[in-house]
Write a protein that binds this ligand. Structure first.
Ligand code: NAD
Length: 453
């Protein structure tokens, strides 16, 4: 089904056109210009798909990718430059170099929750690194899907970049093809399918997955401030954010004031009737709406819990335990379970046994606690005393570990993710140290042992 497209892209890649600095810079500029031209349509599509306000659409989708293009263009020449690396005396006389080469034709598979950002941000890395790309966007965000097709068709030829629409069938057809790299963003369950398919062709993968990201609250200087920061991270995009705090684990004596703080923060953001607030997004579709409603246990709800056909209000659940339904899967919606603990060591011990989360949030003013959590727990990335902010620093690699994924991107990490690092040793023919040649001798072995120490 897609082999013709792949042949076209492979041929274009092999022509070498995508490799020059000038070509890459031009395509990044074209992409940015297209985004500028389509800004209003993208905002409208994101509103149709997810009920995102124009502010949220710009902040979390359009602005993010425009900044990513600007940053990568600024340093692209430096990233592309072959790098001279050191070597030991055993290699005398030679020059050791590191070259970054594009993989070739890459496949990008995107989810629906940030349907614009998560299709375009990897594409920026793929272009910067000199690849051609096929992008499979999510069928659930159908308005954004339409705009992406239009934008990309208008800007690039299909031998270079092509958007594929459709669902699981199309995705599986694509996965059966031999790509040179696969960049997947989505659930751990589908991540496994992607990796299995990739193994058929030994295609390297980046898997940007999800999971249950905890927010641990150990001590608090300003409860109103941290409540705002948690409510923001949780309820932006109605909780449909891969790095949203999935649940809260709070020191017992802080729980009541935290719940009060969260209620006030939610009311401050969305008023007394969030589901009718124009800035409060909707749930992507009926299937996810049903799934989320099913997770809410009425007797645990201490705030919210109401919904209409498309929205679920920010909901806080108290006295939650690991046995509850909402703790059995990634919530990925506006439901915030709260559990309490007496001693931080209980939390650390439990989390060490759980899947490694994509994000971790820790609230404390104590240096030794920060150090302890960062050293003892494994997670994709973390923000201390706030939520989501590690995502906003393009100097940090963004990605998961274990069940939350493998590989990372953003800024220079995107360039390196889509490049193969090729090491080359260039030996001089003017001098030749003959030690390594046969026949061997005891003296030579002694010298070699010294050299290789
Ligand atoms: P999903 O895994 O269901 O779908 C992702 C993509 O895979 C879609 O394009 C879909 O068409 C395709 N797909 C679905 N089933 C498939 C199959 N059986 N075979 C091949 N392809 C298939 O994920 P989703 O529901 O779109 O997104 C939610 C998940 O993504 C959550 O787990 C969330 O945490 C995660 N996520 C992670 C990040 C990140 O950056 N790490 C970002 C956003 C979302």
């Amino acid at each position: 089904m897609f082999s013709e497209l792949l042949n076209l892209q492979r041929e274009f890649f092999l022509s070498g056109k995508t490799k020059s600095y000038a070509f890459r810079m031009k395509q990044l500029t074209l992409l940015c210009e297209t985004i500028n031209r389509y800004e209003n349509e993208i905002i409208e599509a994101l509103y149709q798909d997810l009920g995102k306000s124009s502010f949220e659409a710009y902040l979390t989708e359009i602005g993010v990718v425009k900044k990513e293009i600007k940053d990568i263009k600024k340093y692209l020449k430096r990233y592309m430059k072959p790098q001279r690396v050191q070597h030991g005396i055993a290699l005398f006389k030679a020059k050791s170099m590191l070259f970054q080469e594009p993989y070739g034709t890459v496949l990008i598979i995107a989810p629906w929750n940030y349907p614009f950002q998560l299709a375009i941000a990897p594409l920026i890395g793929a272009i910067a690194a000199g690849n051609t790309a096929v992008i499979k966007v999510s069928e659930y965000a159908m308005h954004t899907e339409k705009i992406l097709v239009k934008m990309i068709e208008e800007t690039f030829s299909e031998e270079y970049i092509k958007v594929i629409t459709g669902g699981v069938n199309e995705s599986q057809e694509l996965l059966s093809e031999h790509f040179d790299y696969i960049f997947f963003t989505g659930s751990p369950a589908v991540g496994k399918i992607v990796m299995k398919n990739a193994s058929e062709h030994l295609t390297p993968v980046t898997l940007e997955l999800g999971g249950k990201s905890p927010a641990i609250i150990e001590d608090v200087k300003d409860i109103a401030l941290i409540s705002k920061r948690i409510a923001y991270g949780k309820f932006i995009n109605a909780g449909q954010t891969c790095i949203a705090p999935d649940y809260i684990w709070v020191k017992e004596e802080l729980k009541d004031s935290l719940i009060q703080g969260l209620k006030e923060a939610i009311t401050l953001f969305f008023g007394n009737d969030p589901i009718n607030h124009e800035d409060y997004p909707k749930i992507i579709n009926q299937k996810h709406h049903d799934r989320l409603i099913h997770l809410i246990e009425d007797k645990k709800v201490v705030f919210g819990g109401n919904y209409n056909e498309i929205k679920i209000s920010p909901t806080i659940c108290d006295n939650v335990s690991w046995d509850d339904k909402m703790m059995q899967e990634e919530i990925f919606g506006p439901i915030l379970p709260i559990m309490s603990y007496k001693k931080l060591d209980e939390v650390i011990k439990t989390l060490k046994k759980k899947d490694k989360p994509l994000a971790l949030y820790l609230f404390t003013e104590k240096k030794n606690i920060k150090k302890k959590i960062v050293q003892e727990l494994s997670f994709g990335g973390a923000t201390i005393n706030d939520t989501l902010m590690h995502f906003a620093n393009e100097n940090l690699p963004f990605g998961g570990v274990g069940n939350s994924g493998m590989g990372a991107y953003h800024g220079k990490h995107s360039f390196y993710t889509f490049s193969h690092a090729k090491g080359v040793v260039d030996r001089s023919t003017n001098i030749d140290v003959t030690l390594r040649y046969m026949p061997t001798s005891d003296t030579n072995i002694k010298i070699i042992k010294k050299l290789m120490k």
